[in-house]
Write a protein that binds this ligand. Sequence first.
Ligand SMILES: Cc1cc2nc3c(=O)[nH]c(=O)nc-3n(C[C@H](O)[C@H](O)[C@H](O)COP(=O)(O)OP(=O)(O)OC[C@H]3O[C@@H](n4cnc5c(N)ncnc54)[C@H](O)[C@@H]3O)c2cc1C
Length: 396
Amino acid sequence: MLEELIEKVAVLGREKFAPRAERYDREASFPFENYADLREAGLLGLCVPKRYGGLGADFATYCRVAAEMGRWCGATALTFNMHACSALWTGPLADDLDMTDAQRAELERLRAGHYRRIVEQGAIYAQPFSEGSAAAAGKAPFGTLAAKADGGWIINGKKIFASLSGAADYYGILCTEDRGDRSMRDTLYMAVPKEAAGLTITGDWDPLGMRGTVSRTLILKDVFVPDDAQLLPRGLYFKAASAWPHMFMTLSPTYMGIAQAAYDFTVQYLRGETPGQPPVKRRMYPTKQIAVAEMYVKLAQTRALFERAIDAAKVNPSKRERLDAYAAQYTIMENANDLCRLAIRTCGGQSMLKSLPLERLYRDSRCGSLMLPWTAELCLDRLGRETLYEPGETDA
Ligand SMILES: Cc1cc2nc3c(=O)[nH]c(=O)nc-3n(C[C@H](O)[C@H](O)[C@H](O)COP(=O)(O)OP(=O)(O)OC[C@H]3O[C@@H](n4cnc5c(N)ncnc54)[C@H](O)[C@@H]3O)c2cc1C
């Protein structure tokens, strides 16, 4: 199944996504055509469990398929991550968590509706959790609040960098249940439909890279959603964030794909086989050969950590597996950008013209280290602490 899925995405990527990527990047516009193709190919339901009509991809399968997508269009892969997580978190990840029978029944009921929207109506989900505070780093409760009302919830707050803004059918909003003292344990995960009264999209979008994600600001002002808008029963998001840490690694496949694309571009360019370019060979220079060899080593090291970390992903991973996940995320995000840097240095001036994809890969790759909650800095921060301290240990 994995090979078939990867092949399907490779064909779409090569024939459709890659030729369109320059336009989305230039216009900073959302890849609607790519999503129509994903819908037609049945890939919107990639992570929806099979018994709900989806393709039933588990965590590692998702990561491998997403890495292939990232090879052809970073913005499509990054936004696809937001959509796919809505099914991954509520499906295979949630199934692993300790729950009461009542919670399990509630989960079944809530997600049945959610998956129906994806599989039968082709709905797309965004995943806005960033707020410009410590919440997205996983260090404070979300400032967006949901207050219980008759038959549903009233949500108020603001989300920054909401990829798929204006394109998603539903926004998977992470917010805190408003009941006095705010606690991360009270995090709720809510599907807010795009047409909800009180939901507005503001701000412009003209960033360095990942321009096709269209990640603008969402304002939620007294937005009412019914009870079944909850994507997870109360308390489950908090449990997942603690017990299934790899759930925050799902942005890295996009950048694994970009790293591969930078290497692929370099080989093709030095062989004089870049489409639309004069067939000038540059591969005979020993300096180029050494540079490509170094790129290959860096790519292989990066992929090795990626593969090991995604295969180890599970509920309650060992300390070593958790640390390896931080190390993999850090390495993928930093090395993707470094491989793009090496590609431009090695291929030379003409390779960074806007008529070729490399300069876009370079700009897109720069964004990887900035993605909360596992930014490159925060991966080091966690590694530093968790290597030296066991849970609960202090120096007091
Ligand atoms: C192209 C793109 C698409 C995005 N799409 C989405 C999306 O769909 N959904 C979404 O929720 N977010 C999205 N983001 C946002 C992203 O995950 C980060 O939230 C955002 O980049 C943080 O920017 P900031 O300036 O607010 O960072 P700040 O919060 O100012 O943080 C700056 C840096 O400081 C460090 N830092 C932050 N908080 C702490 C802390 N408490 N302790 C120690 N160090 C800390 C981190 O290393 C961080 O990178 C996207 C970002 C980009 C660039």
